[in-house]
Design a protein around this ligand. Structure first.
Ligand SMILES: Cc1cc2nc3c(=O)[nH]c(=O)nc-3n(C[C@H](O)[C@H](O)[C@H](O)COP(=O)(O)OP(=O)(O)OC[C@H]3O[C@@H](n4cnc5c(N)ncnc54)[C@H](O)[C@@H]3O)c2cc1C
Length: 344
């Protein structure tokens, strides 16, 4: 039997989650080194709309059941048991989304596999003992875990950490369907009553698709409301540089940069009145699109940004919100502040 490494694929109405495509790409990299195959395990009520071959799968295993239309741990474990019959894995790569984080330790416990949460890097051959680095102490240090040779390990990666590889349109995968019935799944211990979309104002920065972050360009505590309203207008989450955190304007969860231990990779990152020190950039440089708003066109963040709006944030932000269609209360939040220095 050929050796297999799994990428666990979460999907919604047949569309794979971006975080799952990231782990699929990572599985591909390991499989290429070891010359083993990547099995994309896709538990769902309906098949994937698009082939996962271009994303790195050799085998796309659709474990289908009407009972898998909503995520339950029981359903996912039943799907894993079905997949393991024909494709016993040497490693299972999974995105630590809310669902992935609920499932990963249970997968390990159910099948007697090893478990590496919060992983930042892994290498080696499971046959000789897989090595996984994981973030510990809030990301301030990495721990190296070495697993027993020949053991199976569940490796969970924070979403956004790996990044998405461009698809390889010519790569093909074999599509295999395995059908489960309700009896295989059994009763769920938790019933999902409703799915409520995340509120960008409260969602964790790790999961935010858009982040609007401010720095010392905001002169006073009360001016910070202008940043919050800009974030709201852009349906983004609020972030802050360390000096802003040190002033107590935001809590630790909103801190961006090396000291936060997080490496954020949102779709859009807007840095307002932030210089872009190396400490700050360390936490957000993987963002897909970066916009800087700064009165200094030579600020380091501008060098990283796709777009820089050069000028006074107290003038730019109210205008930006007005154009997006946000509240016009903003004019009170500092528009009267005199311009200092260059605003070219
Ligand atoms: C060990 C260590 C760890 C650190 N970790 C972190 C970390 O995790 N995160 C972090 O952020 N920092 C960290 N720092 C601090 C870091 O080195 C910088 O000092 C900090 O990032 C600067 O924050 P800032 O960009 O908000 O402020 P500044 O560097 O002062 O930048 C303010 C910017 O606002 C612009 N500006 C001012 N007024 C306006 C206006 N009206 N309109 C438009 N633009 C304006 C200025 O041109 C400037 O570019 C760390 C430092 C150390 C030593």
């Amino acid at each position: 039997m050929s050796r297999s490494i799994w990428a666990w694929v979460e999907s919604e109405r047949g569309v794979a989650a971006e975080a799952s495509l990231e782990v699929l790409g990572e599985a591909r990299r390991l499989a290429d080194k070891l010359k083993i195959r990547v099995v994309a395990v896709c538990p769902s009520a309906e098949p994937q709309a698009e082939s996962l071959g271009p994303r790195g799968a050799d085998v796309e295993l659709a474990v289908l059941s009407p009972g898998l239309d909503r995520f339950t741990v029981e359903g996912a474990l039943a799907a894993a048991a079905a997949a393991a019959k024909d494709y016993p894995p040497e490693a299972v790569l999974i995105a630590a989304t809310a669902r992935g984080s609920a499932l990963a330790p249970r997968l390990a416990a159910r099948f007697g596999w090893g478990y590496a949460p919060n992983s930042v890097m892994f290498e080696g051959d499971p046959a000789q003992g897989l090595e996984v680095r994981r973030a510990v102490l809030g990301g301030k240090a990495d721990a190296l875990l070495r697993f027993q040779p020949g053991s199976t390990t569940v490796v969970a990666f924070p979403p956004g950490l790996i990044g998405l590889d461009p698809p390889q349109p010519r790569r093909r995968s074999e599509r295999v369907v395995s059908e489960l019935d309700g009896a295989d799944i059994g009763p769920a211990s938790v019933a999902v009553l409703e799915t409520i979309p995340a509120d960008p104002a409260t969602v964790s920065l790790d999961e935010a698709e858009r982040i609007v972050a401010g720095g010392l360009g905001f002169a006073e505590r009360e001016d910070w409301a202008l940043l919050e309203r800009t974030a709201a207008a852009l349906a983004g989450s609020v972030g802050a540089s360390k000096p802003v955190f040190d002033r107590g304007w935001v809590d630790q969860q909103r801190l961006i940069g090396q000291s936060s231990g997080r490496r954020l990779a949102p779709q859009l990152f807007v840095g307002v009145g932030v210089s872009g020190s190396t400490h700050f950039v360390e936490g957000m440089k993987d963002s897909a699109s970066i916009v800087a708003i700064n009165r200094d066109k030579g600020a380091p963040l501008a060098a990283l940004a796709e777009l820089t709006l050069v000028g006074d944030l107290y003038q730019i932000l109210p205008e930006l919100i007005r154009r997006i269609g946000g509240t016009d209360e903003l004019n009170t939040a500092g528009a009267a502040r005199p311009l200092e220095g260059d605003s070219s």
